[in-house]
Design a protein around this ligand. Structure first.
Ligand code: SF4
Ligand code: SF4
Length: 110
């Protein structure tokens, strides 16, 4: 699964927490300054390794990271949607989980 993130530099205070949790080691700190004088976090992902796992967004105390995932359809066309800790599965994604079968009590009684 492909992913990417957008860091809101107006919110980021350069605490670097996100840089420690990324399992792909894709996050670092920029040399530039934010309007508030911090070095903001930055995504360094030249090979497209981000999976959109959400860990960086969950750890960020300033809610500065928005995560997107690209989901392939049957023809391998990708659509990109925002994901959040509250809604980690993009809308429209079908799972293999089937709803529980309804028991027909009348049938069981016979
Ligand atoms: S979404 Fe996951 S893989 Fe992508 S930058 Fe954040 S922590 Fe790293
Ligand atoms: S955890 Fe949030 S505030 Fe801290 S460096 Fe990363 S994006 Fe910036």
């Amino acid at each position: 699964m492909r992913g990417t993130i957008v860091i809101d530099e107006d919110r980021c205070k350069g605490c670097e927490l996100c840089t420690f949790v990324c399992p792909k080691h894709l996050l670092g700190v920029a040399e530039t300054f934010t309007p508030r004088g911090y070095h903001p976090a930055r995504l360094f992902d030249p090979r497209g390794d981000c999976t959109g796992c959400l860990l960086c967004a969950v750890i960020c105390p300033d809610v500065a990271i928005t995560v997107y995932r690209s989901i392939p359809d049957k023809r391998e066309n990708f659509t990109t949607q925002q994901v959040t800790p509250e809604n980690p599965a993009p809308i429209g994604i079908k799972t293999n989980v089937q709803p529980p079968r309804q028991t027909n009590e009348r049938t069981l009684e016979r």
